[in-house]
Design a protein around this ligand. Structure first.
Ligand SMILES: [Zn+2]
Length: 256
């Protein structure tokens, strides 16, 4: 399977070039006219296929941060994502807030999640996106120790926000779109089975949202690609990203 081999070589090159700064990758500094769409919480039926269709219609690739709870339930969909030329990163064994776990539990989440995903893919997993974007210095270090780099974003589509209209989502996603922007989307919704917070899933047309955002990008001469592809000719911009929702702060402190 030449595609998998190709992706593996790319992954190894990026790993060699990975910066050691204390920070999470938030965008890519590049002379290439590219943006990097990223999709969290999948793969899931209904949502992932719509996203794949929009990406294919724009001849675009992207990076998917998968949950092992979703992967186990939808192994065929993971294969479809890979076969379409997209890159896979890890979002977690499940959707718990890492800083609320004990050090041992958090390490287990990262190392077992990475091993299980690499087993399913047959290639290295380089990138980790913290669930909820929640990260402490300790969990950032554990991500590094597990052999992954933490990746956040520099733009969001607000597809997680039930209050936003589709027009507002397109506007927010494209307002500051520029070379190297890492854009946050979702192709899943972390529910009780993923140990996610009980938040309602917005009702939205994911194909339409992505199609509109990619049209705007193309009008600006920007093409969508995966993070590793963008880094072949660019460098990672990292910034400190240490964040925990106040609701979970007390738990995190108690567990230390
Ligand atoms: Zn998530």
């Amino acid at each position: 399977m030449p595609l998998v081999h190709d992706l593996k070589l790319t992954a190894m090159r990026v790993l060699e070039k990975a910066p050691d700064a204390i920070g999470s990758v938030s965008s890519v500094r590049t002379a290439e006219p590219v943006i990097i769409p990223t999709f969290d919480d999948g793969p899931t039926p209904g949502r992932t296929p719509e996203v794949l269709r929009a990406l294919a219609d724009h001849d675009a690739t992207a990076t998917f941060f998968v949950l092992m709870t979703s992967v186990r339930a939808n192994r065929g969909l993971l294969e479809e994502v890979v076969a379409a030329g997209h890159e896979i990163g890890l979002h977690g064994m499940d959707h718990r807030h890492l800083p609320t776990l004990s050090r041992a539990e958090a390490r287990e989440m990262l190392t077992r999640g990475k091993a299980e995903l690499e087993d399913a893919l047959g290639m290295p997993v380089l990138w980790f996106r913290p669930p909820h974007g929640d990260q402490s210095v300790e969990t950032w270090r554990l991500i590094r120790e597990a052999g992954m780099t933490s990746v956040i974003w520099s733009g969001t589509s607000h597809d997680w926000n039930p209050e936003a209209t589709q027009d507002q989502r397109v506007e927010k996603a494209t307002a500051n779109l520029e070379r190297g922007t890492i854009l946050l989307f979702h192709d899943g919704h972390a529910g009780p089975a993923d140990l996610g917070d009980p938040v309602p899933e917005p009702v939205l047309d994911r194909y339409e949202l992505l199609d509109r955002v990619l049209r705007v990008a193309e009008e600006r001469g920007l093409q969508a690609t995966s993070l590793s592809r963008a880094l072949e000719r660019g460098t990672a911009v990292t910034r400190p990203h240490f964040n925990l929702h106040p609701r979970h702060l007390a738990t995190a402190i108690r567990r230390r």
